[in-house]
Design a protein around this ligand. Sequence first.
Ligand SMILES: Cc1cc2nc3c(=O)[nH]c(=O)nc-3n(C[C@H](O)[C@H](O)[C@H](O)COP(=O)(O)OP(=O)(O)OC[C@H]3O[C@@H](n4cnc5c(N)ncnc54)[C@H](O)[C@@H]3O)c2cc1C
Length: 396
Amino acid sequence: MASVPAGPLVILGAGYAGLTVAQQVSRKLRGQVPIILVDRTPVHVLRTQLYEIGKLAEAGPDVRAWTVPLAQVLDRRGVEFRLGSVESIDLSARTVHLDSGEQRFGYLAVCLGSVASYYGVPGASEHTFQVYRLSGAQKLATQLLAIERASATLAGERRPRIAVVGGGSTGTELAAEIATTDWPRLAGPTTRSPDVFLLTGALPFLAGFPPRLIAHAREILRSAGVQMIAGWNVTRVEPGRVTLEDGTVLPCDAAVWCAGLEAPPAVKALDAPHGKGGRLAVEPTLELPGHPGVFAVGDVIEFRDPATGMLVPGTAQAALAEARVAAANLVARIRGEPMAAFTYRERGVVVALGLGQAAGSVRRVTIWGSPAALLKRLVARDYARAAEKGDTPNLI
Ligand SMILES: Cc1cc2nc3c(=O)[nH]c(=O)nc-3n(C[C@H](O)[C@H](O)[C@H](O)COP(=O)(O)OP(=O)(O)OC[C@H]3O[C@@H](n4cnc5c(N)ncnc54)[C@H](O)[C@@H]3O)c2cc1C
């Protein structure tokens, strides 16, 4: 087995992947190798809940319900936290360049997640909101509240118009949430609730999800008043309007980009094999080819499961499963023991559809309505509680 120079294990990113790697490795190694977890914020963000835009609007700056303080969790595990933003990673010099200085490593886990991909659409990055980061979701919540507060002054009977771009699970959950939030309670009794448009683009709506789940989701969205516009991608975004491939211009008071993700810049720039969107192509052990002791986990990787031939989805559920295998393999690497291959088995999926509604598929059984919403809430609550205690539960 190839040898690895001595040095700490450095984990970049304290999201679902990074936090789980830190927890699992520290439990197995019990102080044998120093562990340093790096993130640009001092909290673990519950990113799977960032569609909860009405609750975010109500919470204002108090985002405790969407975060877990890292210091509290890591102290118990003997993991050191280093605050800093990763600017670049030098694999040959085994050094990470942070905005707060340099960090040398012996072993590395790259868990930096993903960023919005705008596919070169003019105006998309400048004139749309996004909920992929907590700061982005907060900005959207603040803006929606301002739009709603001003809605009573709109000409005639006009309502605010919100365009959500992207017919995957994030766009769907967000559109449903905006359409079903009780805006008059939050913004005042004269408020006019918005018209919400879900622009699903050229890809099929909820592509890759089970057909029965899709049928229920469509029906629930329709009852929530979400108007779906399918078939054409967005080609331009300007302040106050979105243009589609067929020339349709949709005037809107705010547009939200939920159309796709790619690897963060520091990951795209890595001297290593890449897949779609700059994601890292890893060995079945989740190690980077040619870089012993360097692993990548979560949204940053593109992984085709050798057992099924399918690409593993970019989900927190997959990130947690990968993190467990990467942690075991890191320990094996450190101890000079054989490593195991990652294979993925999905536990289920549930898409939240606003107002206590959801549609899901768990162990091939379709669930919908309030039982699906309850399941989603319980799973998210259990994850947050366990993460606070420094535990690593499952998630769907
Ligand atoms: C609205 C929404 C709903 C979702 N719902 C679900 C769901 O129901 N189920 C599900 O399984 N998945 C869901 N997902 C997907 C899931 O959130 C991601 O797949 C998951 O977050 C990936 O985990 P990760 O650890 O790879 O990345 P992340 O959780 O994004 O963590 C990345 C970490 O890296 C840090 N970081 C990034 N760049 C830098 C840098 N340059 N320097 C320092 N730190 C940095 C970030 O601060 C973050 O802490 C949802 C996503 C969204 C946006």
